[in-house]
Design a protein around this ligand. Structure first.
Ligand code: AMP
Ligand code: ZN
Length: 124
C-alpha cells in the first residue's frame, strides 16, 4: 500500500530532488521546505515550493501540517520578489496547487507553483 505521508518515498521524483539524487536549481531551503526552479517554466519566474517530507497532495494534509503550510504561504512572496517578480500591484505572482488527477497533478508530492514576471507567459 502506498503511504501518503512519510519522511521519504524512494519512488518519488521530488523526494529524490530533496535528497540530491536528481539535480535541481535551488531557490531556497531550510529544515522543512525546499524550493527549486520548474524544469518547464510557464512564466519568466516559475519555481516550486515543497515540504521536505513526502506528503502526496493537499488532500492528505492534517492539522499537524498547518504551521508548515503557513510557513510556505508566508515564504512565497519573499522568494517571488527575490526571483525577479515585480512588486504588487503592477507586478505580483500566481500560486497554483494542483491536487489529484482531475486537479491536474502530475507529480504526487505536494507542491505549490509560484509564477510571475512580465507577460505574456507561455501558459497560465
Ligand atoms: P503538476 O502538474 O502540478 O504535478 O506539476 C509538476 C511540475 O513539476 C511540472 O510543472 C513540471 O515541469 C515539474 N517538474 C517535473 N520534473 C521536474 C524536475 N526534474 N525538476 C523541476 N521541475 C520538474
Ligand atoms: Zn515525495
Amino acid at each position: 500500500m502506498t503511504e501518503h505521508v512519510v519522511d521519504h518515498d524512494p519512488n518519488c521524483l521530488f523526494c529524490k530532488i530533496v535528497a540530491g539524487q536528481i539535480p535541481s536549481k535551488l531557490v531556497y531551503q531550510d529544515e522543512e521546505i525546499y524550493a527549486f526552479h520548474d524544469i518547464h517554466p510557464w512564466a519568466p519566474v516559475h519555481f516550486l515550493l515543497i515540504p521536505k517530507v513526502h506528503i502526496s497532495s493537499m488532500a492528505h494534509l492534517t492539522d499537524e501540517h498547518a504551521a508548515l503550510m503557513g510557513r510556505m504561504m508566508v515564504l512565497a512572496p519573499r522568494l517571488a520578489q527575490e526571483q525577479g517578480c515585480n512588486p504588487y500591484p503592477e507586478g505580483g505572482f500566481r500560486m497554483l496547487c494542483n491536487t489529484g488527477v482531475e486537479g491536474g497533478q502530475e507529480v504526487h508530492h505536494l507542491h505549490i507553483h509560484v509564477m510571475g514576471g512580465p507577460r505574456p507567459w507561455l501558459r497560465g
